[in-house]
Design a protein around this ligand. Structure first.
Ligand code: COA
Length: 164
């Protein structure tokens, strides 16, 4: 019997965008279980708490039964080992992402030799997207429809209004 294949899609997801969701949807059909892991990161100053980011992800992936939403701190390679994952999934948007991602993939494989990184090319319409772009648009009163899942637009509007 073949072993269940688990992959991890890590990130800040502050907040989840349609670009992330596109990667989640495509990766979910490639693996038996996909853990979308929200990172606790002291270096970034998130707009949304880890709980809120997980909640947004849960709400927008509830039609994908093999997608699990979780959070992690520390090294990704250790977390992947704890979860029995064979792969990390990352989205590549442009050539500019490549050097950094290549370095991380090699470092992660050195830390956990059984762990490979699978890169999915982001769909053309999401090439320019990032969570920071979404937050910048929202903070300046712009419309984020078409950038993030419809179900979280109101949450973003509410948060950015508070910061006015
Ligand atoms: N669609 C839209 N946006 C995307 C995207 C996609 N497909 N893929 C990436 N992005 C965006 C992200 O939203 C993020 O935007 P932001 O900078 O505005 O927040 C940006 O591109 C960078 O994404 P990424 O490189 O995935 O960074 P991240 O901060 O979301 O996550 C980790 C980084 C969690 C993967 C990495 O820091 C990590 O593994 N940390 C754990 C510690 C560790 O193990 N360190 C050693 C690694 S070798």
């Amino acid at each position: 019997m073949s072993k269940m294949k688990t992959a991890i899609y890590p990130g800040s997801f502050d907040p989840v965008t349609l670009g992330h969701l596109d990667i989640i949807r495509r990766a979910s059909v490639m693996f038996d279980r996909l853990i979308v892991a929200v990172m606790h990161n002291q270096n970034k100053h998130p707009m949304f708490s880890v709980q809120e980011r997980m909640d947004f992800l849960k709400r927008t992936t509830d039609d994908m039964p093999n997608v699990v939403i979780a959070s992690f701190g520390g090294l990704l390679a250790d977390y992947a080992w704890q979860q029995g994952a064979c792969a990390i999934v990352k989205g590549l948007r442009a050539v500019s992402d490549f050097e950094y991602e290549f370095q991380m993939a090699l470092a992660n494989r050195k830390l956990n030799p059984e762990l490979d990184t699978v890169f999915l090319m982001t769909s053309a319409e999401h090439m320019y997207l990032s969570s920071s772009v979404v937050k910048d648009i929202a903070v300046h009163g712009g419309n984020v429809t078409g950038f993030v899942p419809d179900g979280i637009i109101q949450d973003i509007v509410r948060r950015t209004r508070k910061e006015d």
